[in-house]
Write a protein that binds this ligand. Structure first.
Ligand code: IFM
Length: 458
């Protein structure tokens, strides 16, 4: 099974999850520093203070990418390294770190794919309301302009936001992520200001020209098809509500310039004030993008839960309960292994929204990895997971989805947010005590996939 020539095989990471060095190079505090240092928020009290120490091990990590044969590397810029207080002139030391990263990638013929926001909001902006405030969207556009000005000549792929659903809902409605709020109205306001920030950043970057000649600008959504748990109308309705919040709330404004009315009226019914949408906002949000990044992990299987009221469990405010089927393989996160959902969601974007170039900007699985007495990490489960998902992506292409690349999550084991260091997603094992890197069996398997631009027969 082969993929088109120039298919972009890569791997992804994010700043707070790997960099460490939180007090170096003039970096300011982010909401994740605050949150992870708040007792009880992250498993074992883990923080990103050191993480994979990528900030100091940059050259070693670049060499690992080259060894695997990656054609692309998706990383994120830590906003508080560039603007420690969230506004004002650039901190040149912060930009220098990313200049070194990008130069190192280009020297190794690896295409940089840059994400501007992967959740590490400067704390100073949170102190003024964070994403529930319109000002944050404006500051985000300014920050995008600063980074674009510095790196647009050498970075071809630009992603404004990573997974705005997670920032908005896990961070503002369910309290699981920073900043830890528990108010669905705040999650809707954060959704709108994140999307507005995307639109304003796009406008700012486009106004600065295209120094890389064919720079591509887009956004990344985490998309999860939603299925009814049982063959019942009530469960089908619950799945529709979950689809509304998880998928349509982001796809509709980006591609159709409107919010799904059923989602807004549900939250109006719960008393939310939705007056934050101003005239002209949706035109900015729906300005054409050059590509959509899709992060895919699993489908939501949903039951109606009329007795539920808003709690820390995602979708409780929709009176819906996600269930994990008893049968079937699960990852170390407890997530079902469900490659068909990837085909489904890629085809859905094309058929219901736009025939836009697509990249899988994240997909991968957590495994209970360990270094065995021979010194190897034999992550067969990850290999078969990736094999199945690559095939599912190929099936979507056969059904017309214009998929152009695939970034495996993740290059390195890293700080898995509220799960701390307990979950390992990497192609490369990280011994957190020493920082030692051990490429797993999956990284060698992935090198072969990249080398032959495809998969062997299954
Ligand atoms: O680690 C995260 C990443 O930061 C965003 N997408 C999902 C991954 C696994 O949970």
């Amino acid at each position: 099974m082969t993929f088109p020539e120039n298919f972009l095989w890569g791997a992804a990471t994010a700043s707070y999850q790997i960099e460490g060095a939180v007090n170096e190079g003039g970096r300011g505090p982010s909401i994740w520093d605050t949150f992870s240092h708040t007792p009880g928020k992250v498993l074992h009290g883990d923080t990103g203070d050191t993480a994979c120490d990528h900030y100091h091990r940059l050259e070693e990590d670049l060499d690992l990418m080259a060894e695997i044969g990656l054609k692309a590397y998706r990383f994120s810029v830590a906003w508080p390294r560039i603007q420690p207080d969230g506004s004002g002139p650039a901190n040149e030391k912060g930009l220098d770190f990313y200049r070194r990263l990008v130069d190192g990638l280009r020297q190794r013929s690896i295409e940089p794919m840059l994400t501007l926001y992967h959740w590490d909001l400067p704390q100073a902006l949170q102190d003024r309301g964070g994403w529930t405030s319109r000002e944050t969207a404006e500051r985000f556009a300014e920050y995008a302009g600063v980074v674009y000005g510095a790196l647009s000549g050498s970075v071809p792929f630009w992603i404004t936001l990573n997974e705005p659903w997670v920032s908005a809902w896990l961070g503002h409605a369910y309290g699981i992520h920073a900043p830890g709020l528990k108010d669905p109205g705040a999650a809707l306001s954060a959704t709108h200001h994140l999307l507005l920030g995307h639109g304003l950043a796009l406008e700012r970057m486009r106004s600065m020209g295209n120094p890389g000649d064919d720079n591509q600008l887009g956004a990344t959504l985490n998309l999860h098809p939603a299925l009814p748990g049982r063959d019942r109308d009530a469960d089908r309705e619950a799945a529709r509500r979950v689809d509304g919040q998880a998928n349509r709330l982001y796809l509709d404004p980006l591609f159709r310039g409107e919010y799904p009315e059923d989602v807004f009226s549900h939250y109006r019914g719960l008393g939310a004030d939705l007056s934050f949408v101003e005239d002209g906002d949706l035109d900015k949000i729906s300005a054409p993008i050059d590509f959509l990044g899709v992060n895919y992990y699993f489908r939501h299987v949903v039951r109606d839960a009329p007795e539920e009221s808003h709690s820390e469990v995602p979708f409780s405010d929709l009176r819906a309960r996600p269930i994990v089927p008893h049968t079937g393989e699960k990852t170390a996160m407890g997530w079902p292994v469900d490659p068909e959902g990837l085909t489904e969601i890629l085809v859905r974007v094309k058929e219901e929204y736009a025939d836009v170039p697509l990249y899988v900007t994240e997909n991968g699985r957590a495994v209970h990895d360990y270094v065995d007495p021979e010194g190897s990490v034999d992550d067969e489960e990850r290999i078969s997971y990736l094999d199945a998902h690559f095939r599912a992506a190929r099936a979507a292409m056969e059904r017309g989805a214009d998929l152009r690349g695939y970034m495996v999550w993740s290059l390195l084991d890293n700080f898995e947010w509220a799960e701390g260091y307990s979950k390992r997603f990497g192609l490369v094992f990280v011994d957190y005590g020493t920082g030692r890197r051990v490429p797993k069996a999956s990284s060698r398997w992935y090198s072969e996939v990249i080398g032959r631009n495809g998969l062997g027969s299954s």
